[in-house]
Design a protein around this ligand. Structure first.
Ligand code: GDP
Ligand code: MG
Length: 166
């Protein structure tokens, strides 16, 4: 159960918080400055029978310039080189235009993509299930997993399901 996993999503959805929670160290914070390099390693998760390398994929957002367009294309190229991707959204904010742009881009790659609905601590429990149903229809996700990276909710499930795919 080993492989490379890209973590993608708009700024502030909780990517760094999730990586810190999964790796259990403050690696992501240290490497959180704006990056132009591809395949930056953010952290390695190791257990007795699995090793998952988490990669940052800078530049997956709606392009606003030629350079932005280039970065988006290379970020999408990166997705073709990993074993799986975690697409993080801020589930408490709803789907933004940037999210829809990323989902369209995801339809062009064969890589299994997990939709990670983050910040569920900010959502009323009764509102959660309809929201999950709504997001499930957007793409052929490998799995849809609601979490709170901040509170550490459901992170073990995420790691178990992910390593089961690798
Ligand atoms: P990134 O830009 O995607 O790396 O996002 P960060 O990890 O830096 O998080 C952005 C903000 O969202 C920070 O203030 C985090 O504390 C907050 N945040 C991250 N995950 C959660 C969560 O599960 N619940 C709540 N309430 N806040 C979160
Ligand atoms: Mg970050």
């Amino acid at each position: 159960h080993s492989g490379f996993v890209a973590i993608i999503g708009r700024p502030n959805v909780g990517k760094s918080t999730l990586i810190n929670e999964m790796i259990g160290q403050k690696i992501a914070i240290m490497s959180d400055k704006p990056q132009t390099t591809r395949n930056k390693i953010h952290g390695v998760y190791t257990t007795d029978n699995s090793q998952i390398v988490f990669l940052d994929t800078p530049g997956i957002h709606k392009p606003t310039s030629k350079l932005g367009d280039f970065m988006v294309k290379s970020a999408i190229g990166t997705l073709g080189e990993v074993d799986a991707a975690l697409f993080l959204i801020d589930a408490s904010e709803g789907l933004g235009g940037g999210d829809r742009f990323i989902i369209e881009a995801l339809k062009k790659v064969k890589t299994p993509v997990f939709l990670i609905m983050n910040k569920i601590d900010k959502i009323h429990p009764e509102a959660l299930l309809p929201l999950i149903v709504q997001y499930k229809d957007l793409h052929e996700w490998a799995e849809v997993i609601p979490i709170s990276a901040l509170q550490g909710n459901n992170i073990n499930t995420l790691l178990e399901v992910l390593s089961g795919y690798l």
